[in-house]
Design a binder for this molecule. Structure first.
Ligand code: NAI
Ligand code: MG
Length: 334
């Protein structure tokens, strides 16, 4: 007999293309066994949606995301930029979160890495405000506003506080970009005053690129501007090895979206071979965002056991299990 579940949430589910659908099914399969009431609304987006509806991102899907407590996104194919970049803009998703965490039986270069990269998602170099070419060359503008940088820095400190992290590291290049990154660094230490229990440090981005390799265990929360965050996140992904394992979150004022970093993987799509762990870990980030930390811990421990047991790993992790077999194993561990 089923008892009524405690909390209930409306989740916009956008599986997208290729393995996006397979890893989404596997993840929902596990989420449904948790003691939480999810109401799913399904939205279309991506290559097949474009073919069918003449648009890769219908307004109905955007509205669905807007009206939900959170969105789970699988992956899009060739239309990924039109879909995901547009959703981020429309929903004003100012924070991009990429955890860098080492799991057992993976290609992680180190065992003891566990930090979060908090990347500003709306300005910096990626406003892509470039003047047209002249004979002399081209110019790009980089915008740093007090409002956006204070918002992302405060988000990083709040994240640290809520997740029992003891230190936040700011990453910049204020020795060269004295005005823009000088301001970023200044705001960092202003905001830090509101969090006296959290230690602070700041590094230049080039040094950070090295420290991520030489002392990755020393990082807890890293906060940085848009371009630097993009580059360091991919370095972080390389550190812990394997696209099949890397989740991400986009957080904004009007909504939050959780997605694996990988794409639609046409080379293995439709074969029940994709590793669903990146999507599952993305849904765990969603659970934490919703305040469902107990369920998140339980789900993550079940994945950890699958990795430790190493009996039902997918091909990318050196095993021969299918997507559905891995999901089944996670469910059995809950
Ligand atoms: P991809 O991430 O789809 O695949 C790269 C390689 O990693 C492939 O060999 C693939 O089989 C493997 N791989 C990825 N995820 C995996 C998983 N969960 N389990 C096992 N193996 C996995 O990137 P690619 O090949 O550059 O792009 C393919 C399509 O995906 C393109 O159309 C691209 O535009 C789109 N894409 C979409 C993204 C999104 O929706 N956020 C992000 C990146 C790419
Ligand atoms: Mg990138």
């Amino acid at each position: 007999m089923s008892t009524s579940k405690t909390n209930s949430y409306k989740i916009a589910v956008v599986p997208g293309d290729g393995i996006g659908r397979e890893v989404m099914d596997a993840t929902l399969d596990v989420l449904n066994t948790l003691d939480i009431d999810f109401e799913y609304v399904y939205g279309e987006a991506g290559d097949e949606c474009l073919e069918k509806n003449g648009t890769a991102l219908p307004n109905e899907t955007l509205d669905m995301i807007r009206d939900s407590d959170a969105c789970l996104f699988g992956a899009a194919g060739e239309t990924a930029a039109d879909v995901i970049v547009k959703i981020r803009q429309e929903m004003k998703m100012f924070a991009n979160l990429r955890p860098v965490k080492a799991y057992p039986n993976t290609n992680s270069l180190f065992n003891n890495i566990d930090f979060m990269i908090v990347r500003e998602n709306t300005e910096g170099m990626y406003i892509a405000d470039e003047e047209s070419y002249t004979d002399e060359g081209a110019i790009a503008r980089r915008i740093i506003t007090r409002k956006a940088e204070e918002r992302i820095i405060r988000y990083a400190f709040e994240y640290a506080k809520q997740n029992n992290k003891t230190k936040v590291t700011a990453v910049h290049k204020a020795n060269v970009l004295k005005k823009t990154d000088g301001l970023f660094k200044e705001i960092f230490y202003e905001v830090a005053k509101d969090y006296p229990d959290i230690a602070t440090e700041d590094f230049y981005v080039d040094a950070t690129a090295m420290y991520l390799i030489t002392q990755p265990e020393s990082f807890e929360v890293v906060v940085t501007t848009n371009l630097f965050g993009d580059i360091l996140s991919d370095e972080g992904a390389g550190l812990v090895g394997g696209l099949g394992l890397i989740p991400s979150a986009n957080i904004g004022e009007e909504g939050a979206l959780f997605e694996p970093v990988h794409g639609s993987a046409p080379d293995i799509a439709g074969q029940n071979k994709a590793n669903p762990i990146a999507m599952m870990l993305s849904s765990i980030m969603m659970l934490r965002y919703l305040g469902e930390n107990t369920a998140a811990d339980k789900f993550e421990a079940a994945i950890l056991k699958v990795l430790n047991d190493a009996n039902t790993l997918t091909g990318d992790l050196g095993g021969s299990a299918s997507t559905t077999e891995l999901a089944e194993a996670v469910k059995n561990n809950l």
